[in-house]
Design a protein around this ligand. Structure first.
Ligand code: NAD
Ligand code: ZN
Ligand code: ZN
Length: 374
């Protein structure tokens, strides 16, 4: 029988009309799915992109949210290794384990994961309904609701002693940022790393760079609170804009510039790439993690300089992580006090306050806002 609950929907994605919290119906889990009672869901900028239209959706309405943690309530007949009562994290990119990319350990490029913006469950059907209409789910999930029916491929069991509202951040922001520094940028001991945009994702790139042994970590963000938090979590220096950062990095590296630069600003505008390229040393790596407006086809970059100086431009999805390896690793680092999660959770909200949560994100008031369920 369908479960009546509530959820935050966008009926007109791309119009900045905000989220409506209303009754939804959730179908029971199919054989390869589980029903999770969520404790918390993070507010990631990628959901805001659905509202602004930077990430356009060809379908509506959509139930948002892709960064959750909770307790399993029901398990489909074909799900193995997960049981009722297990504490779990949802991952915004499932990995099937069998496609070419998963088989090669490139799980963030999974062929099933490639369908996360398709609005339907991996089997092509809808689990959610509202006002008598089928509702699409962000990332096969829809964690802006107290319950979620999730494919087993997007669910990872975690230890019960980890607070679920902190664990929720492991669903997207933490691995995306940490992996951007560790996997995508390949940070090495002694490196100089610049992180451009130190919000919910970028501040974890700072943590990843610190854990990978970078000696100099420069946080670039126009918001003083973001720079201060980044410095508390491992940045050795900070700058408010590209001019200040370029001057600082030039001085710190005696003109060599940064080994790795990671772009995690709220929107990946093309005119941010050139200044990031200037910050990158010869032969260095520039990682782009920010989601860019989908229709943007140009970036500002001095291509000749880029070629002549042998720099590498590297995109990164989900921090190029392999979630089943990296989620337990990150939670282990948290338990040992090496990775900080408590400082990331700036404010909590009821689901009904979701528009305030995104307004606070836009205003630069939160590292992460988190919705807490009963
Ligand atoms: N590639 C992926 O797999 C992936 C996963 C999650 C999020 N993202 C994307 O990463 C980006 C960051 O997400 P978030 O949740 O951290 O957002 P956020 O809003 O929490 O943080 C963005 C930060 O960028 C700063 N900023 C804005 N313009 C800047 C500029 N010109 N220079 C320097 N800093 C600037 C803001 O002050 C803010 O601190 C978004 O585009 C999001 O969609 C990508
Ligand atoms: Zn996200
Ligand atoms: Zn796969």
């Amino acid at each position: 029988m369908a479960l009546k609950t509530k959820g935050a929907l966008l009926w007109e994605p791309g119009t900045r009309s905000g989220w409506t919290v209303e009754e939804i119906e959730l179908d029971p889990p199919k054989p390869e799915e589980v029903l999770i009672k969520l404790a918390a869901s993070g507010l990631c900028h990628s959901d805001a992109h659905l509202d602004t239209g930077d990430i356009p959706l060809p379908w509506a309405p959509v139930l948002g949210g892709h960064e959750g943690a909770g307790v399993i309530q029901e398990v489909g007949s074909e799900v193995h290794g997960l049981e009722v009562g297990d504490h779990v994290v949802t991952t915004f990119l499932p990995s099937c384990g069998t496609c070419r990319w998963c088989s090669a350990g490139m799980c963030s490029l999974c062929d099933v994961g490639a369908g996360v913006l398709g609005g339907k469950a991996p089997d092509g059907t809808n689990r959610i309904h509202a006002r008598g209409k089928p509702v699409g789910a962000m990332s096969f999930l829809g964690t802006f609701a107290p319950y979620v029916v999730a494919p087993r491929t997007a669910v990872i069991k975690i230890d019960r002693d980890i607070p679920l509202e902190k664990a929720a951040l492991i669903g997207c922001g933490v691995p995306t940022g940490w992996g951007s520094a560790v996997h995508a940028a390949g940070t090495e001991v002694g490196d100089t790393v610049v992180v451009v945009g130190t919000g919910g994702v970028g501040v974890n790139a700072v943590q990843g760079a610190r854990l990978a042994g970078a000696s100099v970590i420069v946080a670039v963000d126009p918001v003083p609170f973001k720079r201060e938090t980044a410095e508390r979590l491992g940045a050795t220096h900070s700058a408010k804009d590209f001019d200040e950062a370029t001057e600082l990095v030039r001085t710190l590296t005696k003109g060599v510039m940064a080994d790795r630069v990671i772009l995690t600003a709220g929107v990946g505008y093309g005119n941010l790439v050139g200044p990031c390229g200037v910050l990158t040393r010869k032969g260095g790596t520039l990682v782009v993690t920010s989601a860019a407006p989908a229709l943007q086809e140009h970036i500002d970059l001095n291509l000749l300089d880029f070629v002549m100086s042998g720099k590498r431009l590297q995109g990164s999805l989900y921090g190029t992580c392999n979630a089943r390896v990296d989620v337990p690793k990150l939670l282990g680092l948290y338990k040992r006090g090496d990775l900080r999660l408590d400082e990331l959770l700036t404010r909590t909200y009821a689901l009904e306050e979701i528009n305030q949560g995104f307004a606070d994100m836009d205003a630069g008031r939160n590292i992460r806002g988190v919705i807490i369920y009963d």
